[in-house]
Design a protein around this ligand. Structure first.
Ligand SMILES: C[S@@+](CC[C@H](N)C(=O)[O-])C[C@H]1O[C@@H](n2cnc3c(N)ncnc32)[C@H](O)[C@@H]1O
Length: 299
């Protein structure tokens, strides 16, 4: 992949010339995206969507969106293109130590309550994990936790719709802005500093690679929140900055599927800027000084 094609290099706008996306084609792509991902593309996202799709047009040497639309229609035959399509339509912005009050709630309140209940294994799901910063952050505080509580074990499942971000996450190499909030101690203990030239991020000033200890209890899987069966037996689910892309009905369905995926008394975090309509959902808000978490209503 060249630098220009890499959406993590933040130069989407370099592709502003070329065919234009008609209103009817935009409507058709928006419906398709909603059907396959739950993501709502409002009218003000037309330029964003046309720029992103144009990357595929360029790679496939197509000169119209209609041509690409025809290719996408046979999603069974064009499974690979469907993966590329999901990669370009999803928004994957994330970084280390984002929304740390949720980590504080987990460390100060949730994990101690599990210990009190003699829980020996904690199952955590990072749903919509993007390029991996969130699940590696979770692995950092869980490693700290088990140093003090060695009788506890944990597993982290990290899932996303986009194969491309999962590949980045598995590689575990991060640069510049993404790592700027990590403390010196976290950097030294959990990352190796590597020469950018020897990494997938040769354009970066500074590159850190996660140490194997952070990968030990962590697995990355492809999972579409609106189409695939949910994993069960979870104690905590982080689904942050994902709900914002869905409409209320989809949010309600996803929250109720999360509730079924959680063990009794299990917890769900959503993003700081996200709100849940608390009608017909099987979770209750629990407020701590650091913020709010949603707890499964017991069956
Ligand atoms: C903005 S990122 C959030 C990353 C991280 N959770 C955080 O808070 O920093 C949103 C992620 O949700 C994923 N996503 C969007 N729709 C999804 C779906 N239907 N199923 C699974 N993941 C989805 C996107 O691919 C993207 O990586």
């Amino acid at each position: 992949m060249t630098l220009k094609e890499n959406k993590f290099s933040n130069i989407e706008s370099s592709l502003n010339l070329g065919p234009s996306l008609s209103d009817s084609m935009f409507a058709a792509f928006s419906d398709f995206i909603y059907k396959h991902t739950g993501i709502v593309m409002r009218d003000n996202k037309k330029t964003l969507l046309s720029n992103r799709l144009r990357k595929r047009l360029k790679i496939l040497k197509f000169n119209s969106y209609e041509q690409y639309w025809t290719l996408l229609q046979d999603t069974v035959k064009n499974k690979d293109e469907m993966y590329h399509f999901l990669d370009v339509v999803s928004t994957n912005e994330t970084y280390f130590q984002r929304g740390t009050s949720h980590y504080e709630i987990t460390k100060r309140h949730l994990l101690p309550s599990f210990i009190k209940d003699h829980k020996q294994h904690v199952n955590i799901w990072s749903a919509g994990s993007s390029t991996g910063e969130e699940p590696y952050d979770i692995a950092i505080f869980m490693n700290e936790f088990i140093e003090k509580n060695p009788f506890v074990q944990f597993s982290i499942l990290a899932t996303d719709l986009s194969q491309e971000v999962l590949e980045v996450a598995k590689k575990g190499e991060y640069a510049d802005r993404k790592i700027s909030k990590l403390s010196i101690e976290q950097r030294n203990k959990y990352f190796d500093k590597i020469n950018p030239e020897n990494s997938s991020l040769s354009f970066a000033r500074e590159v850190l690679r996660v140490k194997p200890v952070l990968k030990k209890n962590l697995r990355f899987h492809h999972h579409n929140l609106i189409k695939d069966p949910y994993h069960t037996g979870m104690d905590i689910i982080f689904c942050r900055n994902v709900m914002i892309y869905f409409d209320r009905e989809t949010q309600k369905n996803i929250v109720n599927k999360f509730a079924r995926a959680l063990n009794n008394n299990g917890y769900l975090f959503i993003g700081h800027s996200e709100t849940l309509q608390l009608v017909e959902v099987n979770v209750n808000p629990v407020r701590f000084p650091e913020g709010t978490v949603y707890q499964k209503k017991n069956e």
